[in-house]
Design a protein around this ligand. Structure first.
Ligand code: AMP
Ligand code: GLY
Length: 430
C-alpha cells in the first residue's frame, strides 16, 4: 500500500516512524516532512520514506500530486491542513484520507463552535460565554471577577489564548483580540471562560463517526521554562501515563466527556473520523474540558506511539471506514517520556540553520528514539529549521527510568542556542 502523510513536525515524524512499521506499507511519502522522516525505512521492504516538497496546506498542489502518484491512503497530521479542508478536497477526488472533514474539524478550528456544542450537549466545561461585542464580553469578565481565559475563536498557532487574573487584565485581553485584532480574523469573536484550577491532562480518542476509543492519559508541559514559568509554547515535553487518574477513573472521565460528545455529533449530523484530543482540567468539582483539538497532540503523539502495540495503519483505516468497534487498542506497560529541544529564543524569534550534533550517539542508546520536528538536511548535515527542533523520547518499565533515559539521550545532542526543560514528568514523580 502506498501512503502519503501530511505535515512536518515531531508529531508527523512519530506518525511516520510508527506507520513505517506496518507490513501493509510498501511505499511512503511525506509532504513536506523533515530530516527525520526522510531517514526512516519501511519494515516491509526496507524502502526509504520519501519527502515531497509540498506544504501540508497547499491543497491544489497536494491534489495534483495525488493524481500523479495515486496514494492508496493519506494521513493528515496538522490542524491547519484539516481546517483548510484537505480531507474534503481529497474525498471529492476519490482519494481515501484519514482525518475529520472541515465541518468536523471545527471542534478545533472554532472555539465558539466547540463551546456552544459543549453547552448544548451537556459536556462538562468551564462557565463561559461567546462574544463579538467587547462591552458585553467585559461585562461577563466582570461577573467572573476578571479571573478568566479569553480566547480568539479561530486558529492562531496556539497563541490565541490570554489568561487573566484581574478585571484590568481581562479587559485588556478582550480589547487586544476584539478591538486591536491581535489575531486578525481568527479573533472576530471570542470565548471567555472562567479560570479553572487543577491538574491539566491530555486525552486522546480515536473516532470513526460512531465509536470512540480512549487512549491512556498523558501530560504536556506548555510553558517554556522549568516550574511552568515563562511563555506558552506548542509543548516542551510529555509523558504517558499520567498518574493522576486510575484506569477506572480514566474510563469514567472518558464516559463523562465522550458519551455526550458522540451523542451530540449524532444529533448534529457531524461525522468525526479522526482523533479527538480534549484538553481537560481535573478540578475539585470534576473533570472539565478546556478545549477540543481535532488531531494528534504534539508532543503527545511522541509518547503514545512508542506505547501503542497495534498496527497504526489498520487503526487509521478502521477510523476512516467506520469499523473501530471491531478493534481493541493495545498499549505496552512501559512509561514513555519525551523532552523537546528548542531553538534559542523560542517561543519568541529564533534563528535557523544551526548544525545539530550527537544524533547518532543518542540513537545508539536502547529504548530511545529522537523524533525530529524543525530539522532539515543541508550540505550533508542536519540543521535546525524551526522552534521546536527535536523530541528526545525514551521508554522503560518505570517512569523514573524512562525519564532518566530521555535526559541521558538529551545529554548526547547539542546545537548552538539549544534549550529544554529539565522537569518533564517531575509532577508525576513527586
Ligand atoms: P488552549 O489553547 O485553549 O489549550 O489554552 C492554552 C492553555 O491555556 C491551556 O493549555 C491551559 O493551560 C490554559 N487555559 C485555557 N483555558 C483555561 C481555563 N479556562 N482555565 C485555566 N487555564 C486555561
Ligand atoms: N500538545 C499541544 C498541542 O498539540 O496542541
Amino acid at each position: 500500500m502506498k501512503l502519503l502523510v501530511l505535515g512536518s513536525g515531531g508529531r508527523e515524524h512519530a506518525l511516520v516512524w510508527k506507520l513505517a512499521q506496518s507490513p501493509l506499507v510498501t511505499r511512503m511519502f511525506v509532504a513536506p516532512g523533515n530530516a527525520g522522516t526522510a531517514g526512516e525505512r519501511l519494515a516491509a521492504n526496507g524502502a526509504p520514506v520519501e519527502n515531497v516538497a509540498i506544504g501540508a496546506e497547499d491543497i491544489p498542489a497536494l491534489v495534483a500530486w495525488a493524481h500523479e502518484h495515486m496514494p492508496d491512503f493519506t494521513v493528515v497530521g496538522p490542524d491547519g491542513a484539516l481546517g483548510a479542508g484537505v480531507v474534503d478536497a481529497f474525498q471529492a477526488e476519490g482519494f481515501k484520507i484519514w482525518g475529520p472533514n472541515r465541518r468536523a474539524a471545527q471542534f478545533e478550528a472554532s472555539k465558539v463552535f466547540s463551546q456552544d456544542f459543549m453547552l448544548r450537549h451537556g459536556i462538562p466545561t468551564a462557565k463561559s460565554g461567546t462574544f463579538r461585542d467587547p462591552v458585553a464580553a467585559k461585562r461577563f469578565c466582570a461577573k467572573l471577577e476578571g479571573r478568566c481565559a479569553v480566547k480568539a475563536d479561530g486558529l492562531a498557532l496556539g497563541k490565541g489564548v490570554l489568561l487573566a487574573t484581574s478585571l484590568a487584565e481581562a479587559e485588556r485581553a478582550v480589547d487586544e483580540i476584539l478591538v486591536s485584532k491581535a489575531f486578525g480574523t481568527a479573533g472576530a469573536s471570542i470565548v471567555v471562560q472562567e479560570l479553572l484550577e487543577g491538574m491539566e491532562i491530555s486525552l486522546h480518542a480515536l473516532c470513526d463517526g460512531k465509536t470512540a476509543k480512549l487512549f491512556p492519559t498523558s501530560q504536556d508541559h506548555k510553558r517554556a521554562l522549568d516550574g511552568d514559568q515563562g511563555l506558552n509554547t506548542g509543548g516542551m515535553g510529555t509523558y504517558s501515563p499520567a498518574p493522576f487518574l486510575s484506569d477506572t477513573e480514566l474510563a469514567e472521565v472518558g464516559r463523562q466527556i465522550l458519551y455526550p460528545w458522540l451523542a451530540g455529533c449524532a444529533a448534529d449530523g457531524i461525522e468525526f473520523r479522526g482523533l479527538l484530543y480534549p484538553g481537560v482540567m481535573l478540578t475539585k468539582s470534576g473533570p472539565k474540558v478546556i478545549e477540543f483539538n481535532a488531531r494528534f497532540g504534539d508532543p503527545e503523539t511522541q509518547v503514545y506511539l512508542p506505547r501503542l502495540e497495534n498496527d497504526l495503519v489498520e487503526l487509521l483505516l478502521a477510523s476512516t471506514e467506520g469499523t473501530l468497534d471491531r478493534v481493541e487498542l493495545k498499549w505496552s506497560a512501559n512509561a514513555c517520556v519525551c523532552v523537546v529541544a528548542a531553538s534559542g529564543g523560542y517561543p519568541g524569534n529564533y534563528g535557523k540553520g544551526q548544525v545539530i550534533h550527537g544524533l547518532e550517539a543518542a540513537a545508539a542508546l536502547t529504548s530511545v528514539k529522537v523524533f525530529h520536528a524543525g530539522t532539515a538536511r543541508k550540505d550533508g548535515q542536519i540543521v535546525t529549521n524551526g522552534g521546536r527542533v527535536l523530541g528526545v523520547t525514551a521508554w522503560a518499565p518505570t517512569l523514573q527510568r524512562a525519564r532518566d533515559q530521555a535526559y541521558a539521550a538529551m545529554g548526547q545532542v547539542c546545537f548552538e542556542g539549544m534549550h529544554f526543560r529539565h522537569d518533564i514528568a517531575a509532577k508525576a514523580l513527586r
